[in-house]
Design a protein around this ligand. Sequence first.
Ligand code: MG
Length: 372
Amino acid sequence: MAQRISQHMKKILLPILSIIALATASAQPVKIHGHLKVQGTRLLDEHNQPVALHGMSLGWSCFHPRFYTAGTVDWLYRDWNCSVLRAAMGVEPKGGYIDDPTRSKELVTSVVEAAIKDGIYVIIDWHSHHINLEQAKSFFAEMAAKYGKHPNIIYELYNEPAGPTWPEVKAYSEAVIKVIRKIDPDNLILVGCPRWDQEIEQPAADPIKGYSNLMYTMHFYAGTHKKWLRDRTDSAISAGLPVFISESAGMEASGNGPIDYKEWQLYIDWINKNNLSWITWSVSDKNETCSVLQPSAGSDGHWKDADLKESGARTREYLKAYPPVDKPQPTATAETVREPATAETLRQPATAETLRAPALTKNSYHPPTDHK
Ligand code: MG
């Protein structure tokens, strides 16, 4: 009888054990790379190997809270091959941090907790266009105390400075860094630069001193920002500035208008040549070119091709093209096994249809002047 039970148990246990083995064999990016650090202009992993992170930014937390879920995080990791996600916590708009700090922190922490569980990197992004120093200090102190021990966490202090000069952004950043570093001595911190993160030459000429593991953010929208921004960034890197592209996309800087596939490809080629980290804006379903999802997309992932907009299909294709070092093994459920790319998802040539610019909306998430 005991033998029969034992054989019976074996029959049940073996498949379970093999599933567990498969799941634990998953190449979670944080398991592979661990704590990140900056050396010169390069991002290194804890084994001193150069590393570049690739992934998606969620949309503004206050406008698109329905995607701040564990299901969305898990899908972006497993199906889109993201090694990093960015939680873009709105600060100034209604429903953002200043208006509703409790709700804003709940949204961010739900994404952070899910990213830790999945073993991917996650950026806690203070998604603001203006300086709100005291609120930022208080928020980042709380985040550093809660998450500073996790190698997954990256802090982004100021999404896109719109008006302030570099000395003002620098002073703000130094004040916030000081608060974080008292609590968390080592996790990567991203620093913005003037004019929506395009004046990267300014921190290159006058970088923050006295702290380690800082990188500076450059944002591009390929339909507006052409070779001049790549050249400017090359110069900044040559001058010794470590650069991280924490937001980017293929259309105009308003987030709308047609996708410039040719220029976007030039950016991707340049990024890969320089082994830079990059993130695409954004996981949301607004009627604009840069929102990667259709309103039909569920809040918990499992999106079909029909749920992706043009920018989403192309971004997913770009992300999935990276080598398996960042790639999870498929787990045993049918839903999480990646579908192979089809001819349709691989090629989206610009047509008269795709080139037509959708109408700009007045309350576009990024006012049209935001990324000039
Ligand atoms: Mg730490």
